[in-house]
Design a protein around this ligand. Structure first.
Ligand code: FEO
Length: 405
């Protein structure tokens, strides 16, 4: 692999994972990258490692620039295995290097490796590592998205190494946003940012706002943001910061995601008049069948839309399993600023719609009641009711959406 100089004497030495399609259960149809960076200064310093399977690639990349035994400092911004599982490989080349890490990061590493043989310096916000011409300022970002997380700002290069924040799961030969947009598209890049945010960072919106405000208060100049996944932001780093603020503030399109599953097609039949009702109210609508769609894609579509209708048949008096699984994922992501309602078919006792509302009430969402239920199969009358249900739901979503304009 070719190393890329992203700033004077600062090189991308990471790996491209073209093949990964399941990233701890999150689908990655476009693969990903594990970005890490080598500073060829008086003190040679490596920022982060890569997923273990790719350790030979980052080591080969480092060898193009220096003998890895000359690495004096290893900064670990985040200990999740996609960034930290090659530490022992790196340290086998540079056993005398000092590892710079947060206190929580050190405690986490102690659980993964025999760390007794390595030198550590635990750091906190405000600490600085001088490597020669560069000063690396550490900024703790706990729970963005792990307790150990931090970022590293290289002042003289105006470069923020942001670890997972501002990342995307895209495997591409382009390293920078402007290159990627030129050969792919802005829309594809934006979709990947939303996908990543929705599935990984959604629970941390308030923290993101606070941390961005803290960074802005420091008055630091940033002309490049280099995350640990995907492309590097050099064309307009301010735009990705604003995009994160928008996402954290609950920005969404005036649209509705109808997310459902079905047994004998009755719940599926309900989606059609519901969709017509929504559309006739002037709101865009996307219908997503869970059994045909990875959960992480459904989560992204949920987050892009101001409203969501969940459709589930009743099975054994409770939610259909795929719908229950989706709601479990959603609840863990602590969604906010969205309107939600439910519909579904049943054969005798019912129960799915009731259980869906019980789940909604545990989340901080605007709940639209009552839900819509159909016995066995929708009749002509039921179809009219479904249409009206879709219209009424869309009216509610339009009213609610005004708050965010
Ligand atoms: Fe890309 Fe939280 O690891």
């Amino acid at each position: 692999m070719k190393t890329i100089e992203i700033k004077t004497d600062i090189f991308w030495v990471g790996a491209i994972d073209w093949a990964v399609r399941d990233f701890h259960g999150y689908v990655t149809p476009n693969g990903t990258t594990y970005n890490n960076y080598l500073i060829m200064d008086e003190q040679i310093t490596l920022l982060d490692t890569v997923k273990y399977d790719f350790s030979h690639i980052t080591i080969d990349n480092i060898k193009q620039l220096t003998d890895p035994s000359k690495i004096l400092n290893l900064v670990i911004n985040h200990i999740e295995p996609d960034h930290a599982s090659s530490i022992d490989k790196i340290m086998s080349f540079a056993p005398d290097a000092t590892i710079y890490i947060t206190e929580k990061g050190k405690k986490g590493l102690d659980r993964h490796f025999d760390t007794s043989k390595w030198k550590f310096k635990t750091v906190k916000t405000g600490d600085i590592l001088n490597t020669g011409k560069y000063n690396l300022h550490f900024i703790e970002t706990p729970m963005l998205h792990w307790p150990d997380s931090m970022m590293t700002y290289i002042k003289e290069a105006k470069l923020l190494i942001s670890q997972d924040a501002f990342g995307q799961h895209i495997a591409t030969s382009s390293r920078f946003d402007d290159e990627f947009i030129e050969c792919a598209s802005h829309a594809e890049l934006e979709d990947s940012v939303v996908d990543y945010y929705a599935n990984i960072l959604m629970p941390f919106g308030e923290l993101i706002k606070t941390k961005i405000a803290d960074i802005q208060k420091l008055g630091i100049e940033i002309d490049m943001i280099a995350p640990d996944h995907g492309i590097i932001w050099r064309k307009a780093p301010g735009e990705i910061i604003q995009k994160y603020l928008d996402l954290a503030n609950g920005k969404a399109s005036l649209s509705i995601a109808v997310i459902y599953d079905t047994m004998w097609h009755s719940t599926e039949l309900m989606t059609l008049p519901i969709m017509h009702g929504i559309k006739d109210e002037g709101v865009d609508c996307k219908v997503i069948k869970l059994r045909a769609t990875p959960i992480s894609v459904a989560i992204k579509e949920f987050w892009k839309s101001r409203g969501c209708l969940i459709g589930s048949p009743t099975l054994n008096n409770i939610l259909y399993p795929s719908v229950a699984e989706f709601l479990t994922h959603l609840k863990g992501l602590r969604p906010k600023n969205r309107v939600i309602g439910a519909f579904g078919s049943y054969g005798w006792g019912g129960g799915a719609v009731k259980e869906a509302y019980e789940e909604f009430k545990k989340m901080k969402l605007e709940v639209f009641e009552p839900g819509m239920q159909v016995l066995y199969k929708p009749s002509v009358e039921d179809n009219k009711n479904c249409y009206n249900f879709g219209r009424e739901f869309a009216k509610k979503v339009k009213e609610y959406h005004v708050k965010f304009i």
